[in-house]
Design a protein around this ligand. Structure first.
Ligand code: PLP
Length: 408
């Protein structure tokens, strides 16, 4: 459901101010606080910045998260500047030597190492920098049987993947890490895994338990006393078909508290992206035109998937709400207002490609040229994954709503 602050702005903006991204920061704050409160106190919550790295979003989350997961040199620089002093965990495949050196210079707190070569590069960079205790988590691509997850058909870890290390490769990395018998500038602080996306709370808990158990066995087998951290990743599900069905943070928090009890002395950490920020953003635009083709209704919107690529990438209908615009000022043209009523309509953008579809054959009571449409769940993997320059349309406006000052 659209928040009243977003609705007000969405109807006050002029057509030429649209499209616009509108972020409800008080709603984000309340959501982040609720997530944090549902989690056991000892569990560390990192935000995966790639979901939405806009500085007002990062700053709004700051009081509610332990740190940020970053996945490129660009994100390291950006998040350091936006939230100075917040702990960073640097993950992602294909880190360059230059990025690793720069991250060491910036004092990045944790490195999620994805390959044997990366471990060697990091060790060399740390030695050159005169550092002797760089904290590393090895990212492992753990095999998980799908029956562990109730047979759910999911893109699970353990399949061939460019991400992380196979369990055998983790063993091969141990001699390169201090705390595992040898000495060097890198310290094995923990195990990291991010195995799936879109899981519900029970499935996430199963995955978390499997990772924590595996980490414990590894540490016991090799006497790794400094291996005290287990990062079980992100991927908490969001449901674009049912925006009101939210990840069950209460059940998840309870399960993670139980898991922590079974792993005394270990710090558990999660790093969700979308489940934190997806709900706080709306992409608001107006209907430019309505037409029929081959018996089907199309609404042509200002903007499109060059601003919000999510529905094209995920092949889903982006959830939306129609904001009817009834003032006489809305329709001053001397011809009938194009409209559809009680009919499925396909919402498309301005791009000259049949892929520019935001929602397909969705039943609406009424939609007219000049009405506004607010697409929900546009707070993560939306603007920042889109191909903005395709066709050279203007960029959307960006509005980060703060709570209005109470009336004097
Ligand atoms: C993308 C990513 C995340 C966040 O995933 P969400 O689905 O947004 O929660 C967390 N960890 C890693 C390693 C990632 O690549």
């Amino acid at each position: 459901m659209i928040t009243s602050a977003v609705r007000t702005l969405a109807t006050e903006l002029t057509g030429d101010d649209l499209p616009a991204y509108v972020y409800d920061l008080p709603a984000l704050r309340a959501h982040a606080r609720a997530v944090r409160d549902a989690l056991p106190p000892g569990l560390e919550l990192y935000y995966a910045a790639k979901a939405n790295p806009a500085p007002p979003v990062l700053r709004t989350l700051a009081p509610h998260v332990t740190g940020y997961e970053v996945a490129s040199g660009g994100e390291v620089e950006h998040v350091r500047a936006a939230v100075p002093g917040a702990p960073l965990a640097f993950g992602g495949p294909g880190k360059t030597e230059g990025e690793l050196r720069r991250a060491l210079t910036l004092g990045v707190e944790r490195f999620h190492v994805e390959s044997e070569q990366e471990l060697r590069l990091l060790a060399g960079a740390a030695e050159d920098a005169g550092l002797d205790a760089v904290d590393v988590l090895l990212r492992v691509n753990l095999p998980l049987a799908s029956d562990e997850l109730g047979g759910a058909a999911l893109a699970m870890g353990g399949r061939p993947s460019p991400f992380g290390l196979d369990p055998e490769a983790v063993q091969r990395c141990l001699p390169l890490l201090s705390g595992a018998g040898s000495r060097g500038p890198l310290r094995l602080r923990g195990i990291h895994a991010h195995l799936a996306s879109g899981l519900d709370a029970p499935a996430q808990l199963t995955v978390a338990a499997a990772i924590a158990d595996w980490a414990r066995k590894l540490s016991e087998r090799h006497g790794l006393d400094e291996l005290t951290e287990v990062n079980v990743g992100g991927g908490m599900g969001v449901d674009y078909a049912h925006p009101d069905r939210r990840f069950d943070w209460a059940a998840y928090g309870k399960g993670m508290a139980d898991l922590a009890l079974r792993h005394p002395g270990r710090t558990l950490r999660i790093e969700p992206g979308r489940a934190l920020t997806v709900y706080c953003g709306w992409y608001v635009t107006e209907v430019l035109d309505i037409k029929h083709s081959g018996g089907e209704a199309f609404a042509v919107l200002r903007g499109g998937t060059h601003h919000i690529r999510t529905p094209a990438t995920k092949q889903h209908d982006q959830p939306f709400q129609v904001l009817p615009m009834d003032t006489t000022a809305t329709w001053t043209r001397p011809w009938a207002r194009p409209a559809v009523r009680e009919e499925p309509v396909t919402l498309v953008g301005q791009l000259c490609t049949p892929k520019d579809v935001l929602a397909r054959r969705v039943q609406v009571p009424e939609l007219r040229a000049g009405d506004r449409v607010a697409f929900a769940m546009a707070g993560a993997y939306a603007w920042n994954i889109s191909h903005h320059d395709f066709l050279m349309h203007p960029r959307p406006g960006f509005h980060y709503l703060e709570r209005r000052a109470p009336p004097q």
